[in-house]
Design a protein around this ligand. Structure first.
Ligand SMILES: Nc1ncnc2c1ncn2[C@@H]1O[C@H](COP(=O)(O)OP(=O)(O)OP(=O)(O)O)[C@@H](O)[C@H]1O
Ligand SMILES: [Mg+2]
Length: 509
């Protein structure tokens, strides 16, 4: 299995690395968990360019790349501390690529930083390249000019497919595990593995193979659930399961039509026709009117995975630096694309952008800047749905043209829409809406949001159950009568939002 992973990595899509080495960029900083994949790529590139390849680690110092961990003879004595490791790079003259593993902890040492700066000038004139490798991006400002950051892409579909084919071939040769993979099954497994590193993919499959003693489509459920775990652990993204489509959303006709018209926009046919893949939308509006619901429903309608981005986790220092967290999240989303990336309550998430220079030395502003640049320039079919319910704290840059395809304003439902929402929530609770006086319910609920309508249906159900009879129109009317809708207490904010939205955003119905 190890062999399969390595040879798939060999053909890996790391073209940029080779270009940078050829162009004599002196110091590269590669951000990745995939040490083995990078080391294999470095060996391959070195061979191609007629150079030597070395690794350095704090436990072993400098050793030839690809050498087994057991062999001690090949180590270069006295190079195990970071400074002597770097000096060795300075002194050796042969054309080489040096891969320094897990180097980020030493970048806080001023002597190391200074040595790296000296080294950068020297390396530019020599056939040597230094690559610092780390799962985290932590670059002191002094080094920003000397070092080129390289974000390694996750393996492509092609790489994963190659890996899976070779694994299947390996297992068949050994003959102990039954392998049955037709092209369709293979494609489904490859899709399910997208978003993982090759090492993770290998581990996930190994677990399933050991459990079942076979490799076929039955691996799929465990692959998917393992993948959810891994994506969750990786930080700020969460896989969401939501089965119901746009029929689950009442009203909001213009918005639903917009979604429906773009349903096929991600197909090859649409691309050949010249349609660009939709970028994303911003849903702005009153609380409880179905913004989050729409984000979930559209992923089901388009049959694309839904990834929820939890921006607060991006800023949590427990999972790495904020800048590399957002890059990692975007990278995962791109590797599972086509996908829907849902950024809920983006106004709260980036509320601190304006004051960021004072409050957190610019971290929020940098993360936000990185995110909107990506939004503007992305070509991958990741559809972004951002939601917000206040315009006050929304950074104005977010609203500029080119960031989103459209900004929709989601207002409180009108009478006709409320009828639809009542009907949907009655059906969800196994009641026949034809047996209810929907016009009366709609007439009794002006100013109610979808969420409040749902709550009224639920509390009416409780009342009816308590009284020992089935639910009737009267129970719901009574529940409505007992509720003061949020729109009463928040009327000023809602008015303000309406005024703002006029001419700036498209009404969602
Ligand atoms: N238009 C609607 N059609 C059907 N159900 C709705 C609608 N709007 C709201 N609901 C119900 O209310 C619940 C809460 O709505 P949702 O979370 O989508 O509101 P929101 O607009 O995201 O609010 P917030 O701004 O508070 O996040 C939904 O899960 C759904 O059951
Ligand atoms: Mg919401």
């Amino acid at each position: 299995m190890q062999e399969a992973a390595e040879s798939a990595a060999e053909t890996g899509d790391l073209g940029e690395l080779e270009t940078l080495i050829r162009a004599r960029y002196p110091i590269l900083y590669a951000v990745t968990w995939e040490e083995a994949r990078l080391e294999q790529a470095v060996i391959r590139i070195a061979r191609k360019l007629g150079k030597n390849a070395f690794t350095w680690s704090i436990t072993r110092g400098i050793a030839p790349a690809g050498a087994s961990v057991q062999s001690k003879k090949i180590l270069t004595a006295g190079t195990a501390d970071p400074l002597s490791g770097l000096r060795e790079v300075l002194e050796r003259m042969d054309p080489s690529i040096y891969l320094f593993k897990d180097f980020h902890p030493y970048l806080t040492n001023p002597e190391v930083v200074r040595t790296l700066r000296d080294l950068a000038g020297h390396l530019r004139q020599s056939p040597k390249t230094l690559i610092l490798l780390s799962p985290q991006m932590q670059l002191p400002v002094e080094l920003e000019k000397a070092v080129t950051v390289l974000d390694l892409p996750l393996p492509s579909y092609g790489e994963i497919e190659k890996f899976l084919s070779e694994l299947a071939c390996d297992l068949e040769k050994k003959g102990k595990i039954r392998v049955s993979l037709n092209p369709a099954a293979k494609e489904r497994i490859v899709k399910a593995l997208a978003g993982l590193t090759l090492e993770e993919a290998e581990n996930v499959l190994a677990k399933s193979i050991i459990l079942r003693q076979q490799l076929d489509e039955s691996a799929l459920p465990s692959v998917i659930s393992e993948k959810k775990q891994i994506i969750r652990k990786s930080g700020a993204l969460e896989y969401q399961d939501f089965q119901a489509g746009l029929d689950r959303v009442g009203g909001l006709k213009a918005l639903k039509d917009w979604f429906k018209r773009r349903q096929l926009a991600f197909t090859d046919r649409a691309r050949d026709f010249g349609l660009p893949a939709p970028k994303g939308i911003l849903l702005l509006g009153v609380q409880g009117c179905g913004k989050s619901l729409c984000a979930k429903a559209v992923s089901a309608a388009w049959q694309q995975p839904l990834l929820r981005l939890d921006v607060s986790k991006i800023f949590s220092s427990l999972v790495g630096s904020s800048e590399s967290n957002i890059r990692q999240a975007v990278k995962i989303a791109e590797s599972v694309a086509p996908a829907v990336l849902w950024v809920d309550e983006i106004d709260k998430a980036f509320a601190g952008v304006q004051s960021s220079a004072f409050s957190d030395s610019g971290t929020t502003a940098r993360v936000f800047g990185g995110f909107i640049t990506w939004l503007q320039e992305k070509t991958s079919p990741v559809f972004v749905i951002a939601t917000a319910n206040s315009v006050v704290s929304l950074p104005p840059e977010l609203l500029r043209k080119g960031r989103f395809d459209e900004i929709f304003f989601v207002d409180l439902p009108e009478a006709e829409e409320r009828r639809e929402i009542f009907s949907i929530h009655l059906v969800l609770r196994s009641r026949d809406p034809r047996k209810f006086d929907l016009p009366a319910l709609a007439a009794k609920s002006p100013g109610f949001s979808g969420a409040e309508i749902e709550q009224a249906v639920i509390s009416a159900l409780y009342a009816a159950f308590d009284a020992g009879r089935d639910l009737g129109t009267g129970d719901i009317l009574a529940a409505l009568g007992e509720t003061v809708p949020l729109s009463k207490t928040m009327s000023e904010q809602i008015e303000e939002m309406r005024r703002w939205a006029k001419g700036r955003a498209r009404p969602a119905f």
